[in-house]
Design a protein around this ligand. Structure first.
Ligand code: WQD
Length: 330
């Protein structure tokens, strides 16, 4: 299939482009480079040895995207484009509602116009709010920040469109905590400024760019008191997208699927695993809890195995090793 990746130069999008190309699909990327760089496209070419076309385009711009879809005969769309910083979404909610909802609605309007029936949406486990783990797709959802609410609302839009347009196939992928990088060290998570997320912060401490990691709380009801999350290797996540878009092509309706490992690790476990596999000491201090954090989040990953015949394969050691290799190369 010829697949359009909106936001395809980003962290998850670029890794998905690699896996789609490796699986024999053709990939077109549309990205406004607001949170990524055009050089990523060359890295994807270097990794795969495949041709890939990229357009600098903003998914909120109907005419820009209409022109692209007129130029390219697209069979399916994976919609990654959107802002994703939880903290920023609390400070600037309208920026997030405008951009994330506008880009998604514009893309869905256009795929209807061009009769592109296969759609995958980059959603997030954040829609589970503070539901007790393991989270399965039938559980109630509810968000604790505007970023999460934009994901929740777009999921609902996709469900409603699938009712009004019977030929439409929409897969909603709820990511848990993606970390790691492609083993080539050529692509990975690029942060502008100080990282909010755990692993990019750890790798900056390992490189000496940052002095010490703050561990946000050690009084949670978890085995060692620190927050537990379901960390998933970004390459596993990317492979899940290949399965999802192929599933969309063979099915109709809206389908919600978790992409996680089903195994949670605490902050201290991540630190220890990183130190062990990379033979590096990570300087850290325990501080107060971060507002809005929950104690534990973990996937029930069985539906992805049942429906997509997909499961995460990379280990925590792989995630730590690949994260560090990327930090040293980027
Ligand atoms: C993980 C754990 C922190 C940084 C967020 C978004 C979510 C998704 C993934 C987009 C927690 C602890 C972190 C640090 C720390 N993004 N931590 N010190 O908050 O689970 O999820 O990113 O879809 O939507 O909410 O990820 O990496 O920020 O935190 O102790 O400097 O690490 O308290 O327990 P989070 P995270």
């Amino acid at each position: 299939m010829k697949i359009l990746l909106t936001g395809g130069a980003g962290y998850i999008g670029s890794h998905t482009a690699v896996e789609l190309l490796n699986s024999g699909h053709e990939v077109i990327i549309a990205d406004n480079y607001s949170n990524s760089k055009p050089e990523i496209i060359d890295k994807i070419r270097e990794i795969t040895g495949k041709r890939i076309k990229a357009y600098e385009a903003d998914c909120c711009e109907y005419n820009q995207m209409k022109q692209l879809l007129s130029n390219e005969k697209i069979d399916a769309v994976i919609h990654f484009a959107g802002y994703k910083a939880v903290g920023e979404s609390v400070e600037k909610p309208l920026k997030y509602y405008r951009n994330n909802l506008d880009s998604a609605i514009t893309m869905i309007e256009l795929i209807k116009e061009f009769n592109i029936t296969n759609f995958v949406f980059s959603s997030s486990a954040t829609v589970y709010g503070d539901s007790a783990p393991p989270c399965d797709e039938t559980m109630n959802t509810g968000c604790t920040n505007p970023y999460g609410w934009t994901k929740y609302m777009i999921e609902q839009i996709v469900r409603d469109v699938s009712v009004a347009w019977p030929e439409f196939s929409g897969v909603l992928l709820r990511y848990f905590n993606p970390i790691g990088a492609h083993k080539s060290g050529l692509i990975g998570e690029k942060n502008n400024g100080i990282p909010n997320n755990l692993m990019p912060y750890i790798t900056k401490v390992a490189s000496g760019e940052l002095e010490k990691l703050s561990v946000f709380g050690c009084d949670y009801p978890t085995p060692d008191g620190t927050g537990v999350r379901d960390y998933i290797h970004v390459v596993d996540l990317a492979k899940g997208h290949v399965k999802a878009i192929e599933y969309a092509a063979d099915n109709k309706g809206a389908e919600v699927i978790n992409l996680g490992t089903g195994r949670g690790y605490s902050v201290l476990e991540i630190i220890k695993a990183f130190e062990k596999v990379n033979e590096i000491n990570i300087n850290y201090k325990i501080v107060e809890r971060r507002p809005g954090d929950i104690a534990e989040m973990c996937a029930d990953a069985r539906k992805a195995k049942r429906v997509l015949d997909w499961e995460a394969k990379e280990s925590l050691e792989d995630m730590c090793k690949d994260s560090w290799r990327w930090e040293q190369n980027c």
